[in-house]
Design a binder for this molecule. Structure first.
Ligand SMILES: [Zn+2]
Length: 181
């Protein structure tokens, strides 16, 4: 099931206009980093460099015995489950499964940004998955400006959002980029 959902289906996904806009903002010096719960690697495919993934990433398969990591696209998934070529342990995708802890570096980086960034742009998040959902509140406590792009108001909108831009990220993000250039 993991192979079908995350590698056969999402593996074919391509970055959209919002992913490309964020990569462009980073190149132009407007964006310092991306904090995401996505595991689909599309920010990196679009060209973003500083991407902090709260839920890991699907691009590697990892061996929990010998700690080696293998690129999923180079791994043979014709016979399942895939096994470590070195120690034969079953390989696990390098994303966070329910009940597993959040990667420490991503969490630490996000907390740093709530101190150092001057603006947070929240894009297409419902704000309901902890602990990532607490990050914008911490930023607001530190007097950061909160811009939200969403198709409808979220639990953030009335609570902490300073500027609400209603619409799809694929349409609003490119307009935001045009406006700040
Ligand atoms: Zn191994």
């Amino acid at each position: 099931m993991i192979k079908e959902i995350f590698y056969d289906f999402f593996g074919k996904a391509r970055p959209n206009a919002a992913h490309h806009t964020l990569a462009e903002m980073e190149r132009a010096g407007f964006l310092h980093s991306i904090i995401t719960q996505n595991i689909d690697n599309l920010h990196q495919k679009a060209g973003s460099k500083e991407v902090y993934e709260f839920h890991g990433n699907s691009r590697y398969l990892v061996c929990e015995s010998c700690a080696r990591a293998f690129l999923a696209e180079d791994s043979d998934l014709s016979s399942l489950p895939p096994r470590c070529p070195y120690c034969k342990t079953v390989l696990k995708p390098d994303f966070v499964f329910f009940g597993e802890p959040i990667p420490e570096d991503a969490h630490a980086h996000a907390l740093n940004e709530t101190q150092n960034a001057d603006t947070f742009i929240l894009i297409g998040t419902s704000g309901e998955i902890m602990p990532a959902s607490s990050i914008p509140y911490k930023a607001k406590q530190n007097n950061k400006v909160i811009i939200e792009i969403n198709i409808k108001p979220s639990r953030y909108t009335a609570a902490i959002t300073d500027v609400f831009l209603e619409g799809k990220a694929t349409e609003v993000a490119p307009r935001l980029m045009e406006a700040i250039q």
